[in-house]
Design a protein around this ligand. Structure first.
Ligand code: ATP
Ligand code: MG
Length: 415
């Protein structure tokens, strides 16, 4: 029996890898433009980190984590998201003692045991941003503008930005009471998971994906009517900064987001089918995970969904050919020369391939054509004797001469 990849995982094959490299390249560039530096944390962490950092009443913790005991009987979890690990590393490595703010990005695989469907995998990838140390609304706006700039550089135009404000520990209890008294009437119709959320974290019910719960929460009271003056002022300022950059947004009082740690600003960037990017402010998380009191804001962007959107919009991703020159050969002596020549050309940055399949010259040329080699040449006794090389440009068949013992003359043709 053939072994298949686990459900909800995907191979990225060589013929598609260029798309990922291109997208990741742009994301790294945008990060740099904003003075954001990369952090790399382990693929797995102690389960405890996500219980504390993501929140016990979230879908992730309640249903989706890949958790197992290692041979030392420790409970280990594969990263379901990148924020809690970044915060853990920030605290453990005492980065809070350095000049603030700390601006981090990562490109990581994430693991969630989900119902697999279009745009919903069990191993997926995220580009994430975390900015620690600033409570200023300009920081929220900078994080949002970074996400928008990334999408713009990728050529995406159809995505829309929704923002909301979730309040803070000062104003949220009042809202939770209002929400609970509203939900109380329909308690029996809530799904089983939401029943457990009712006491601990009723807001989480607003984010439930069950239809029966959606029906109940449709007319629930909204948080924006309950936020305190401080949260309200913060929201007004964030909007001002976004306006200053001409970033278009819609206020959507219905968005809650799937993680417990958010305070104040939250946002989502979506297309017609799904959310590509979600993020917000999480001023209590660093403290929650054992660090100093320190505000923070960030986002996670799903790369599979991002690439799907690029394809849906028909945006062409540049695909640079992977071979500049294919060197065919006739006979053992010529093959050895081709082998040595390839090494020298590669040292000059010319992507070169030779025949390792013992094919006929005709079959070699067919192969070179198939892989999209820009130039081909064939080495045989004549070429070795005369020290010449005929380079054929594959796009139009034009031939160019170069000298076999003058690498520069070959390079000059190819450039
Ligand atoms: P959703 O509501 O779609 O489940 P989420 O709130 O769980 O999303 P986040 O935890 O905020 O998502 O993750 C940020 C981004 O990561 C999402 O906006 C999405 O693009 C991507 N993402 C999340 N879960 C998956 C998944 N299972 N497969 C593919 N991409 C995902
Ligand atoms: Mg989810």
């Amino acid at each position: 029996m053939e072994i298949q990849a686990p459900k909800g995982t995907k191979d990225i094959l060589p013929q598609d890898a260029y798309k990922w490299q291109y997208v990741e390249g742009i994301l790294r560039e945008v990060s740099k433009a904003f003075g954001v530096r990369e952090i790399r944390t382990p693929i797995f962490e102690h389960t405890e980190l996500f219980l504390r950092g993501v929140g016990e009443t979230t879908d992730i913790v309640q249903k989706e984590m890949y958790t197992f005991k290692d041979k030392g009987d420790r409970s280990i979890t594969l990263k379901p998201e990148g924020t809690a690990p970044s915060v853990r590393a920030f605290i453990e490595n005492r980065l809070f003692n350095e000049a603030q703010p700390t601006k981090l990005y990562y490109i990581i695989p994430c693991f969630r045991y989900e119902n697999v469907q279009k745009g919903r995998l069990r191993q997926f990838h995220q580009y994430g941003i975390e900015m620690f140390g600033s409570k200023e609304p300009s920081m929220d706006a900078e994080v949002i503008s970074l996400a928008m700039e990334a999408l713009k550089r990728l050529g995406l135009k159809s995505l829309s930005l929704n923002i909301n404000n979730l309040g803070c520990p000062k104003c949220r209890p009042k809202y939770n009471e209002a929400l609970k008294s509203y939900l109380q009437e329909n308690y029996d119709d809530l799904c089983d998971v939401c029943k457990t959320r009712f006491e601990k974290n009723p807001m989480r019910i607003l984010d439930c994906k069950e239809k029966s719960c959606n029906k109940i929460t449709k007319n629930a009271p909204i948080i924006l009517d309950y936020i305190c003056d401080e949260c309200n002022d913060h929201f007004t300022e964030v909007k001002k900064y976004l306006d200053a950059l001409n970033i278009k947004y819609k206020i959507d009082p219905g968005i809650v987001r799937g993680l417990d740690y958010y305070t104040k600003t939250i946002f989502e960037i979506l297309n017609e089918d799904f959310t590509v990017c979600g993020g917000g402010r999480y001023d209590k998380l660093i403290e929650e995970i054992g660090g100093p009191e320190m505000p923070a804001v960030g986002f996670g962007m799903g790369l599979e969904r991002l690439i799907m959107t690029l394809e849906q919009e028909g945006i062409e991703i540049p695909n640079e050919g992977y071979i500049d020159l294919y060197i065919g050969s006739r006979g053992d002596k010529a093959k050895m020369e081709a082998f040595i020549l390839a090494k020298k050309l590669r040292e000059l940055g010319i992507k070169t391939e030779i025949n390792h399949m013992g094919r006929s010259v005709k079959a070699e040329m067919k192969y070179a054509n198939k892989i999209g080699a820009l130039y081909t040449t064939i080495l045989g006794d004549d070429e070795l004797e005369n020290n010449t090389l005929k380079l054929k440009r594959m796009s139009d068949g034009e031939q160019f001469e170069a000298s076999l013992n003058n690498i520069e003359s070959i390079k000059n043709v190819l450039k």
